[in-house]
Write a protein that binds this ligand. Structure first.
Ligand code: PEP
Ligand code: MG
Length: 577
């Protein structure tokens, strides 16, 4: 038995058998084959080599006569490498000697070979290690086709399993969820990454930021995780396994008990109504709204519609997706325009290194949309058309300057004009709001409030950008602090700007769904919260047990705290009152 600790995600207990993936540029499963399967595994490896060679020869034959000589020479090198015993025979020995699966045998032997190249003095020969990588990648491609143990590349049901990986992208989490996985553990990542947010929202227990997870855990180990504390037990003994199972039962009972609040209003003891909205990622998420008695969406992250596919959804596909959500939700549905970029990429996020140096500060969200109207306009048309079917709001992410907002509004107006000319129905008065998640926008919230119908505070990014902490970098996660006085001052500034302009201010970052902060935020004057539906009843319970006037009385005390630790003590006191 081994006890490990990472960062908990999802507040749930998960138990399952480990499937260890090893991400390099791809997922490389690592396991031992049964003794009587060794020869089959060797055969699988050899036939992958044959297919790789056939494929390269096929490509070589297809090279046009007038192509530069180097094209052919480059393929020649790759075909020759496929005859090198370091690539053809060494992995076979590793399969036979250690009973490694073919992918793992190839990986370990390739690493040795690459090291040899790295030690060569001659820079030209040294650069040949890239050819090794390229050839090996091709063999991996062929191996994946014949390996049904890779959960990300097969249709295998994973309902008894826990996936262990270096990292997972949001789209991979969706793929794992569709296969019923019981949980996952990653070496990298933090609690506010989109991977973590998605895991929480769809209810997969997880632990992230467990350094070297793939080295501590073996394929087939029994794993129990606590998504709240981040504790991981590898091969728990009987009493501990029992305890985890009991806690699973307790959690499901607590969820049942909270269900009694489903139909109760979110009203404070002194009679103030608080708006509680849902964050959704996938159209299917609306099925969870009914179970928590909520009928409004404060954040629909539309980028998830664009993931796990090679082409963006066209206008009509988007229209049907938005319309289905709007038609099935009674209250307003706040559709956020595309926030692709950074850790949310169309290709699932596993882009090659050389793409963007600092993606969180790069062409993301509204910047990307203004830069690529071919992406933005069909989405706006789809949202506007869907707005004819029920209450809809447009929300623009990552605004940092008024000029971006003005450009976005101008495009919305142009699209409206187009639809009008085509006599297509839409709501001409559709409210347009903005996410306040860049410090520049939070500081000048009054300017944005004048031009918008509502504001929504995105604390996930606001904290990242205010404190200069990459939200997906586990190395600096310990600095990610919602209770930093600067963060609270910015939040207060946005709330006040909304009040002065007479428009609603919501919060849709993870902070809004953390019951720990509900009273603090009420004390700062926040009256609208949007969160993953799974946290909603817990937050509602706190709202119903809080006295707003009394919390307002704490505003100055909150704002005069100089440090996070002072704030932490104050929050503890407020929560115990
Ligand atoms: C946020 O930044 O707080 C937010 C809600 O948006 P996302 O997490 O999708 O960036
Ligand atoms: Mg954001």
């Amino acid at each position: 038995m081994l006890v490990l600790n990472g960062t908990g995600i999802g507040h749930h207990i998960g138990i399952g058998k480990a499937i260890v993936l090893n991400h390099g540029r791809r997922d490389i499963p690592k396991y031992h084959v049964e003794p009587n399967q060794v020869e089959t595994e060797v055969e699988r490896f050899r036939s992958a080599l044959d297919r790789t060679r056939d494929e390269l020869q096929r490509i070589q034959k297809g090279i046009p006569e007038n192509s530069p000589k180097e094209t052919n020479a480059f393929l020649e090198v790759h075909i020759l490498m496929l005859q090198d015993p370091a690539i053809t025979e060494q992995p076979v020995r590793a399969i036979q000697k250690y009973r490694y699966n073919a992918e793992w045998a190839l990986k370990t032997e390739t690493e040795k070979l690459v090291k040899l190249f790295e030690n060569i003095e001659d820079p030209y020969l040294r650069s040949k290690k890239n050819d090794v990588h390229q050839v090996v990648e091709r063999i991996f491609d062929e191996l994946v086709v014949t390996n049904d143990s890779s959960p990300l590349s097969s249709d295998k049901n994973l309902d008894e399993h826990m996936v262990i990986a270096l990292d997972l992208t949001p789209s991979e989490v969706v793929a794992l969820h569709n296969r019923g996985v019981n949980g996952f553990i990653t070496s990298l990542g933090g609690p506010i990454s989109h991977t973590a947010i998605l895991a929480r929202s769809i209810g997969i227990p997880a632990v992230v930021g467990l350094h070297n997870a793939v080295n501590y855990i073996q394929h087939g180990d029994l794993i129990a995780i606590d998504g709240h504390t981040g504790t991981i037990i590898v091969n728990p003994d009987e009493p501990l396994l029992n305890e985890f199972q009991q806690r699973q039962i307790y959690q499901s009972n607590r969820e049942k008990q909270l269900k009694s609040l489903r139909k109760q209003p979110a009203i404070t003891i002194d009679g103030q109504n608080i708006n509680l909205f849902a964050n959704i990622e996938l159209p299917d998420d609306i099925n969870t709204l009914e179970s928590v008695g909520i009928q409004a969406v404060g954040l629909y992250r539309t980028e998830f519609l664009f993931m796990n596919r090679t082409q963006a959804p066209n206008e009509s596909e988007q229209y049907f997706a938005y319309r289905d959500v709007i038609a099935n939700v009674e209250g307003p549905v706040t559709i956020r325009t595309l926030d692709l970029g950074a850790d949310k990429q169309v290709d699932g996020g596993r882009i090659d290194g050389a793409s963007t140096i600092n993606p969180a500060l790069g062409l993301r969200a509204i910047r990307l949309c203004l830069n690529e109207p071919a992406l933005f306009r069909p989405q706006l048309r789809a949202i506007l058309r869907a707005s004819a079917h029920g209450q809809t709001r447009i929300m623009i992410p990552m605004l940092s300057s008024l000029s971006e907002l003005e450009q976005a509004i101008e495009i919305v107006n142009e699209v409206k004009h187009e639809l009008g000319k085509e006599e297509i129905a839409f709501n001409d008065n559709i409210p347009i709001g903005g996410m306040i998640e860049v410090p520049a926008a939070a500081i000048s919230a009054d300017l944005f409030a004048e031009k918008l119908d509502f504001l929504s505070i995105g604390t996930n990014d606001l904290i990242q950008y205010t404190l200069a902490i990459d939200r997906i970098d586990d190395e600096v996660n310990y600095l990610y602090d919602p209770l930093h006085p600067s963060v609270l001052r910015l939040i207060k500034n946005v709330i006040e700007a909304g009040k002065t302009a007479g428009i609603p201010v919501s919060m849709c970052g993870e902070m809004a769904g953390d019951p720990e902060y509900t009273r603090l935020l009420l004390g700062l004057g926040l009256l609208e919260f949007s969160m993953e539906p799974k946290r909603l009843l817990e937050v509602k319970e706190i709202v119903r047990n809080s006295n707003l006037e009394k919390l307002f009385g704490k505003t100055q005390e909150i704002l005069s705290c100089n440090t996070s630790s002072q704030l932490r003590s104050l929050v503890d006191r407020i929560n115990q009152d």
